[in-house]
Design a protein. Structure first.
Length: 256
């Protein structure tokens, strides 16, 4: 897969950064997209050490024009796009009856519409390269609760969007799948646990342990584990796999 280029959004931290670094072993160039430029530069150094050439593009995917810049700069520098990995998007975990329209719209614009717009803009180049797309959802799509209704709703929409892209991709030679991570220990998870511990009058250590008990799982996932799954999905070995939603959550979701 050398002489191939991947765009990774949300590449400043967590699963996004881990995925960019992991893909640097397989791709010759990695385009790093996120809002926080300084953190992107840190990821870029790790990408370079892993063997790929990084391109840092600070961008806010809530802005319609952002995808124009991302694709234009990628083509200007590398001349091709072989994979688009959509990871950007943090949706606030607020109760169904408390979340405002503005908060709903903000989450939808970043995670759902940002991924949709970027994938469509990159599609002609993916069609040319017979490339791959991954859209990041989450296991809440399969187990929605009032406390994180927006997260679950948007994640479910991403699975449907990926299926629609995959159907078109069968005609155009573009492979599309979605991934559904469970509770991965990242800065976002730590932020959630801080709020959760305060709400339940627990220390952070107690909250971490209590959450695992409640979720009936042995441990938290690591960003690198999700990155490994994504690396497989955009590899030649997975080319016949399209339209699939792959859940990796340590068994948290018990449904079939």
């Amino acid at each position: 897969m050398k002489n191939s280029i991947a765009i990774v959004t949300g590449a400043s931290a967590g699963i996004g950064a881990a995925t960019a670094i992991r893909l640097a072993k397989d791709f010759s160039g990695i385009v790093l997209v996120a809002r926080r430029e300084e953190e992107l530069k840190i990821t870029a150094e790790a990408v370079k050490e892993a063997g790929a050439e990084p391109l840092v593009i600070p961008a806010d995917l809530r802005q319609v024009e952002a995808v124009e810049e991302i694709v234009a700069k990628t083509i200007e520098k590398f001349g091709q796009i072989d994979a688009v990995v959509n990871i950007a998007g943090a949706v606030p975990q607020i109760h169904l009856f408390e979340m405002t329209d503005s908060q709903w719209n903000d989450g939808t614009e970043m995670k759902l519409h940002g991924a949709r717009r970027l994938t469509i803009k990159a599609w002609p180049y993916l069609k040319k390269s017979k490339g791959s797309v991954v859209l990041t959802s989450g296991n809440s799509a399969e187990d929605p609760k009032p406390g994180f209704a927006a997260v679950a709703t948007i994640n479910a929409a991403i699975i449907a969007l990926a299926k629609a892209f995959a159907e078109q991709g069968i005609l155009d030679g573009v492979q599309v799948n979605s991934v559904l991570p469970g509770p991965v220990m990242s800065n976002r998870r730590i932020g959630f646990l801080k709020k959760w511990s305060a709400a339940h009058n627990l220390s952070m250590d107690e909250a971490k342990a209590k959450f695992l008990v409640n979720a009936h799982i042995e441990r938290y996932g690591q960003p690198e584990e999700i990155a490994g799954l994504i690396a497989f999905l955009v590899s030649p070995e997975a080319k016949w796999m399209t339209g699939t939603a792959v859940r990796m959550d340590g068994g948290e979701v018990k449904g079939i």
